[in-house]
Structures are given as structure tokens and as C-alpha cells.
Design a protein around this ligand. Structure first.
Ligand SMILES: Nc1ncnc2c1ncn2[C@@H]1O[C@H](COP(=O)(O)OP(=O)(O)O)[C@@H](O)[C@H]1O
Ligand SMILES: [Mg+2]
Length: 611
């Protein structure tokens, strides 16, 4: 263990900061090149060093064939009497020295690349994450979390493949081809002609067979991600699978998905073999012709024994590298494909932007005004039409209405998760379009309808509302939200992790933690979206009272399912079909005998009937 740890750098925070740099500022619609450039800049020096080292190593590598030729010629043309031992030794030492330097340059390239490539990778993930986190919530309804995470990974993987391939394979191939051109020309132009024909044949075969290979690869990856999607969907619905005893059916269904992938994989494999076969035929022919020519030239005394060794060696290297090249090209193509596809989804413009020079929201009183607001979700019928509502500073407003009436939508608009299509929303006279989103969400607290928690400890989840809060502050907020007691009963108390999205807690427990989080945040405007709906009636009443004492000075908008919790509110609004149809105190609305009164009646202290 101790031995293993020495592999890592110690205390390298500073160095990492330098390699990572600040989060790269990404812009919507960046293409492969501009994105790469903006992310890779801090490690450009290392990348160039790696490029230099690889080039040197490859040039030395190919030059060694030439020095070998010189050595062979030296020994084969002379006799022991005519040659000088020191001279011979010198030539051999040069050869050995070149070998040494080659591997030195390889190590140098590895050292430089170990800085450049992983750092670029991390930086890409970091910058993409930062950009994607700037999308408004609506974006995340349209894209699955798993798919987004996969895309971020694909882009980074794609660039890694691309850079590694370019650095460690492409340069070698180019240098070998260039070296072969030069050296063969020096021996005889015929040889050059053969090499040229070889390259052309390779290019043609790739042009003919390459698209097929790409088609198969794409199909394999497509069916592969379909398989992953199927697996994830099934895994997250395991409860349903058990409830309906459908395990065998699921396994059977999954088999078909696997068959699909298997078919594609096998076809792709066979096609690769076909390509390899073609390549081998071309290569063998080329090598045969090269050998014949150089042997012929030797008999004609136009080539030396060293030349035979040289041609033999280079032809071998070239055929290996061309074989790799075919694989490399496929890998590069698929890398380019996944980069394009990923950036296209990830780097779409942010739906909601701060206006230039936006000012922070300043709340002095806490008045909220919806001024002739209209809104529709993209491609849907409008939810709000010419909606006007003024909530006075410090007012406690209860909002009720059947499900689908538009209550949550109204609150999402207040938090500017979406922009209104017409009209304006003003807080203390400031249009929320003109202030920074950060300051808006800093000063409006919301407990959402279905609060989700991070798979972190309870302490961290509550502290999310105020990162600098002390443990005492967290506990006091938890007490007010009636969460303290159940938290202490958990095996690790405040340090208990809550499972993915908070699944290891009951719905009511999740809500109480979300309420504690909002209490801790202590913002001047508080929005509760059916925040206590999963609690039993007793705790619900207790929390409603606790909140009521807490929010003395604040403006509160509480959406509730159970009307009994709203009796303390100073004003109750009844929403239906995107309109306020009733507005008054509990008693006044009961006396009015409208929708509220009938809801109250059917509910009789219980729940609102769903539509
Ligand atoms: N993200 C969304 N995309 C499209 N339509 C939505 C979205 N969220 C809600 N809706 C629709 O908007 C209407 C109002 O929904 P909502 O505001 O959630 O109602 P409430 O909170 O009063 O139950 C519903 O018809 C619902 O189907
Ligand atoms: Mg709702």
C-alpha cells in the first residue's frame, strides 16, 4: 500500500490548479476546434513538448534503419584486414546510442503526455459540467440525466482518443512514410514508385471499405447505448418488477436487446476481418514487389547488401503501421462523431440569461406582483393568460386549486425557471428579467412539491441552504422543521447518507429536510409548494404553526393540498384554469359559497379530490 501510494504526486494542489486553470468559458454553438482550443490552452506547453518528443523518437527510430544499412555495408564490403576495429566499434556505438535516445524521447513524451492528456480530460468534464449546470430547469425535463452524463463522458473520451491517436500513432505513420520516401528515392526511383502505389491502394481500399466499417461501429454503439438505457430503466423500476412478479419477463425482454447488440457486434467483427484481409493482400503484394526489385538491383550492382536490409526493415515497419492506421482512422472517425453529437446537445444556448449588467435584486418590503402575465410551455396550450396578482409585503397567501390548475407553474415563473411570454413579474418594483438570477434565487426560498436530496449526509443536505451555517444552526433549523428527532434516531444521525435522490427516507422525512433547508436559508420570500403534503395531519399542523411563527416578517406563498393547513393564512387564492377565481380570507370564501366552499365541504378536513 505504502509503495503504491508513492506513485501519486504529493501535495499537488497548486500544480493541479495550474494545469486545470479556471473553468474554461464555453459558449453556445462552439465547434470541435474552438471548444478544444479553449479547454486545452493551459496544457498547450506540455502538449507541444509531447509532440516534439514523439517526433524526435519517430525520426530516430526510422533513421536507425539507415544506420543499420551503413553498418551492414561497412562489414559486407570490407575484409578484416582492410577494416579498422575502432571505426567499426564507433558505428555500432552510434547505433546503440540512437536506440538509447529513442527510448529516452519516448519516456519524455510519456511524461509530457501524462500532464497534458489527463488534464485536458478533467478540464473538459469540468467545463462541460459548469456549462450544463447553467441550463434552466426546463432543459433537464427535456434531457435525461443519465444521457447528459454519458454525453459529457463521450465528448471527453472522444478527445482523449483523438489526441492520443494523433500523438502516438499518426506522427509515427507520417514520419515512416516520409522517411521511406527519402531513403527509397536515394536507392532507386522504382522503389519510390512501389511505395506510392502501395499508399494509393491503401487509400482506395479504405475509401471503399471505410464507410461500411463506420456504419457497423455506429450500429454497435447505438445498440450498446440502447442496452444501457434498457438496463437502467429496468433497474430503477425494480420495485414495480417485484410487485408484479415480472422478473422472468424482464429477463426475457432484456435478452432480445442483447441479441440485437450481439448481431451488430458479430457483423462488425466480420467486416473488420474482411478489411484486414484486403489490407494484408495489398501489403504482401507491395512487399513482394519491393523485395524483387531490390534483389534485382543488387544483382545489377545498383544496390548494396545494406540496402536490402534497409528496404526489408522499412517495408516491415510500414506494413505494421498501415494496419494500425486503418484501425486508427476508424477510431478517429467514431471519436469525431461522438464529439459532434455530444457538443450539439450540451452546448445549446442557455435558455435563460441575465441581461448585460444585470443588478442584484434588492428586497426592501417583499411585494410580489404578477402584471398581465401570459405563459405556455413550449408546444403546449397556454397555462396562464393575462394573469394579474399583487401580493402585499409580509402577506401570507394560501394558493389552492385542482391539480393542473397552474399553481406550480406560477411559482416556477416567480423563480424564473422559465420566462413569461407576455407581461412581467416584479418584486419590490424590480422586473425579475432585469436582475441577476443568482440574487433572485438567493432571496426567494422554495420548498418544491417533490423535494429531491443529494446522496450526501443529512447535515450536508440541510446545510445546502446556507453553506457557512454551524452545526447548531443546522440543528435548530431541523428542530423547527420537526426533523431533529427522526434524524437522531437514524444510525448515524446527521451523518447518515440518504441514498440516491433521498430514497432511504420516507416522503415526509424528505419534505422535513427540505423545509429545514429552506428555514436555514432564511430568505425574505418563502414559497411552499405542497411542502407538507406527505406528512401526517398532526405533523402538518405542527409544522404549519412553526412556519407561521418563523415567517413573521416574510412574504409567504403556500400552495396546499390539505385546506386545513391554510386557515392561518391572511388571504386565500383559488386558482382554476390559470386564473384566480376567488380571493379572500378563509371565512369570507366559505361565506361566498364558491369553489373554495365546495372543496372545503368535500374535503371535510381531508384531501382535495384529484380530477
Ligand atoms: N415541464 C412541463 N412541460 C410541459 N407542460 C407542463 C410542464 N409542467 C406542467 N405542465 C402542464 O402545465 C399545466 C399546469 O401544471 P402545474 O402548474 O404543475 O399544475 P399544479 O401545480 O396546479 O398542479 C398542466 O396542464 C401540466 O400538464
Ligand atoms: Mg403543482
Amino acid at each position: 500500500m505504502a509503495r503504491q501510494r508513492r506513485l501519486f504526486y504529493k501535495n499537488n494542489t497548486k500544480e493541479r490548479d495550474r494545469l486545470f486553470g479556471a473553468v474554461a468559458p464555453l459558449r453556445p454553438g462552439m465547434n470541435k476546434r474552438t471548444f478544444w482550443w479553449s479547454v486545452m490552452r493551459p496544457v498547450l506547453g506540455w502538449l507541444l513538448l509531447a509532440l516534439f518528443a514523439v517526433s524526435c523518437a519517430e525520426i530516430l527510430d526510422i533513421s536507425m534503419f539507415y544506420v543499420t544499412k551503413l553498418v551492414v555495408d561497412y562489414f559486407s564490403t570490407g575484409s578484416p584486414e582492410a577494416l579498422n576495429f575502432q571505426h567499426a566499434l564507433f558505428l555500432l556505438l552510434i547505433l546503440a546510442g540512437m536506440g538509447g535516445f529513442t527510448s529516452l524521447f519516448w519516456r519524455l513524451s510519456g511524461f509530457a503526455a501524462s500532464h497534458a492528456l489527463p488534464a485536458t480530460y478533467q478540464r473538459m468534464v469540468q467545463s462541460l459540467f459548469a456549462y450544463v449546470a447553467g441550463h434552466n430547469p426546463g432543459y433537464f425535463y427535456d434531457h435525461f440525466a443519465g444521457a447528459l452524463a454519458t454525453k459529457i463522458r463521450n465528448v471527453a473520451d472522444g478527445y482523449f482518443d483523438l489526441q492520443e491517436g494523433m500523438l502516438f500513432s499518426t506522427i509515427g505513420i507520417l514520419v515512416s512514410i516520409g522517411g521511406a520516401f527519402i531513403m527509397f528515392t536515394a536507392i532507386h526511383p522504382y522503389l519510390l514508385l512501389v511505395i506510392l502505389c502501395w499508399m494509393v491502394a491503401f487509400a482506395i481500399s479504405y475509401r471503399v471499405l471505410g464507410p461500411g466499417k463506420r456504419h457497423y461501429s455506429k450500429e454497435v454503439s447505438l445498440r450498446g447505448s440502447r442496452k444501457t438505457g434498457h438496463l437502467v430503466d429496468a433497474m430503477s423500476n425494480m420495485l414495480t418488477v417485484s410487485l408484479f412478479a415480472r422478473r422472468e419477463k424482464e429477463v426475457r425482454n432484456f435478452r432480445h436487446v442483447l441479441y440485437d447488440e450481439f448481431d451488430a457486434k458479430r457483423a462488425s467483427w466480420r467486416y473488420s476481418d474482411l478489411m484486414a484481409l484486403t489490407n494484408t493482400l495489398i501489403t504482401l503484394t507491395a512487399r513482394l514487389v519491393l523485395m524483387t526489385i531490390v534483389a534485382y538491383l543488387w544483382f545489377e550492382k545498383q544496390a548494396t547488401t545494406g540496402d536490402i536490409v534497409l528496404v526489408f526493415g522499412i517495408a516491415g515497419t510500414l506494413s505494421t503501421q498501415l494496419r494500425q492506421m486503418a484501425q486508427l482512422l476508424n477510431r478517429l472517425y467514431s471519436a469525431l462523431g461522438s464529439i459532434d453529437e455530444g457538443l450539439e446537445t450540451l452546448l445549446v444556448p442557455h435558455g435563460i440569461l441575465d441581461v448585460p449588467h444585470a443588478l442584484p435584486l434588492v428586497i426592501t418590503r417583499g411585494e410580489v406582483r404578477f402584471d398581465h402575465v401570459s405563459f405556455a410551455y413550449a408546444g403546449r396550450a397556454s397555462v396562464l393568460k393575462d394573469f394579474t396578482l399583487v401580493i402585499q409585503p409580509g402577506e401570507k397567501v394560501g394558493l389552492v386549486g385542482r391539480s393542473g390548475a397552474g399553481k406550480t407553474t406560477l411559482m416556477s415563473l416567480l423563480l424564473r425557471f422559465y420566462d413569461v411570454t407576455k407581461g412581467a413579474i416584479l418584486i419590490d418594483g424590480q422586473n425579475i428579467r432585469d436582475i441577476t438570477q443568482e440574487s433572485l434565487r438567493d432571496q426567494v426560498s422554495m420548498v418544491p412539491q417533490e423535494p429531491l436530496l443529494f446522496h450526501r449526509t443529512i447535515l450536508e443536505n440541510i446545510r445546502y441552504g446556507k453553506p457557512e451555517a454551524t452545526k447548531e444552526e443546522v440543528e435548530s433549523a431541523a428542530k423547527k422543521a420537526l426533523a431533529h428527532d427522526f434524524i437522531l434516531a437514524l444510525p448515524e444521525g446527521y451523518d447518515t447518507k440518504v441514498g440516491e435522490r433521498g430514497v432511504k427516507l420516507s416522503g415526509g422525512q424528505r419534505q422535513r429536510i427540505a423545509i429545514a433547508r429552506a428555514i436555514l436559508k432564511n430568505a425574505p420570500i418563502l414559497v411552499l409548494d405542497e411542502a407538507t403534503a406527505s406528512l401526517d395531519s398532526e405533523s402538518e399542523v405542527a409544522i404549519s404553526e412553526a412556519l407561521h411563527n418563523l415567517v413573521e416578517q416574510k412574504t409567504v406563498i403556500a400552495i396546499a393540498h390539505r385546506l386545513s393547513t391554510l386557515r392561518e393564512m391572511t388571504r386565500i387564492l383559488v386558482m382554476d384554469g390559470g386564473q384566480i377565481i376567488e380571493d379572500g380570507t378563509h371565512d369570507a370564501l366559505l361565506a361566498q359559497g364558491g369553489l373554495y366552499a365546495s372543496l372545503w365541504e368535500t374535503q371535510a378536513g381531508g384531501f382535495l379530490q384529484e380530477e
